[in-house]
Design a protein around this ligand. Structure first.
Ligand SMILES: *[C@@H]1O[C@H](CO)[C@@H](O)[C@H](O)[C@H]1NC(C)=O
Ligand SMILES: *[C@@H]1O[C@H](CO)[C@@H](O)[C@H](O)[C@H]1NC(C)=O
Length: 290
């Protein structure tokens, strides 16, 4: 009778300590889940600093020199794509790297399958042909507010799914080749010259709807594809337009139904001097008329 009681007590203590231990482990797992769970709702407002802080407290327990390339491929969500997802916040298919500290001066290595990259307001200076070469899943890239002055040709060209690209608020004087499925391209607030923007730069972008080239140093209007609805060219150095700029000089019956917002204010051109240049449009460009 007494031994049975003792056994019972012993079993109780054992069970309790096992439960306690697994509970501790469980909470550690949960913490990792917060880091890696792809379904974390962004609305929980977990800031990137919290994520980094969390990780740092975890790394204290890890061996310092885990070799980088010994593990399985980076696609597995193992250690090798961690650095980016520490500086940044990685959610399902999205990477948010905004105002990263310490300064981010180049495009970070992206997890495979990234579809949306937000890398606004960092100190990126250059885009190389390799930066996005393995991430053909990208649909949107936002590099607004960096220091980009150079983009290697081909850097974006192979991104066949890319629909939205913003290079606004950078230091570009010329544009790279652009991929064919873009629907929105934003290069407002750069230093683009006509020399650096081929007349045909956008011609083959048959899905392009928004083209933002305001606040640059352009002296001519590039060829604008039929699909474009919104064209911003304000605050440039455009001094002339022709009957072929928006319309077709040799076809007075031609109409252009899509293009319904053109901004040309803040340019030297006086639009009233070119009355035959807008006959195909349903509304006149915004700009100087006298
Ligand atoms: C604007 O264009 C004119 C030539 O049309 C040129 O002389 C002038 O330097 C340009 N201004 C700027 C700020 O680029
Ligand atoms: C207008 O000119 C373009 C090329 O400049 C040409 O392809 C087209 O056939 C011409 N259209 C007419 C109606 O002459």
């Amino acid at each position: 009778m007494e031994t049975r009681l003792r056994m019972l007590v012993f079993t109780f203590i054992l069970t309790a300590s096992v439960l306690l231990a697994s509970g501790r482990q469980g909470s550690q797992h949960r913490q990792e889940d917060v880091l890696f769970n792809e379904n974390v709702n962004f609305k929980t407002k977990m800031s990137k600093r919290d994520v980094a802080a969390d990780y740092n407290s975890n790394t204290a327990l890890l061996p310092a020199d885990t070799p980088d390339d010994s593990g399985p491929s980076p696609a597995e969500g193992d250690g090798s794509d961690l650095p980016t997802c520490l500086l940044c916040v990685c959610l399902t298919g999205s990477v948010y790297c905004e105002e990263v500290s310490p300064d981010m001066t180049s495009v970070p290595a992206l997890p495979k399958e990234t579809a949306y990259l937000y890398a606004r307001y960092n100190k990126i200076t250059k885009i190389t042909a390799r930066d996005f070469s393995d991430i053909v899943t990208l649909k949107r890239i936002d590099l607004t507010g960096n220091l980009i002055s150079e983009i290697e040709d081909g850097a974006f060209l192979k991104l066949e799914l890319l629909e939205e690209l913003s290079l606004a608020e950078n230091q570009l004087v010329r544009l790279p080749m652009l991929p064919p499925k873009l629907t929105s391209f934003n290069a407002n607030h750069n230093r683009l010259r006509t020399k650096g923007v081929k007349a045909t730069a956008f011609k083959k972008l048959t899905r392009l709807k928004s083209l933002f080239l305001a606040h640059n140093e352009l002296e001519a209007v590039p060829i604008v594809p039929e699909s474009v609805r919104i064209l911003h060219l304000h605050n440039n150095n455009i001094s002339t337009v022709s009957t072929d700029t928006f319309c077709k000089g040799n076809d007075t019956y031609y109409i252009r139904p899509n293009l319904n917002e053109i901004r040309m204010d803040g340019n030297p051109v006086i639009l009233a001097q070119y009355p035959n240049s807008f006959t195909c449009l349903q509304s006149l460009p915004v700009g100087k008329y006298h």
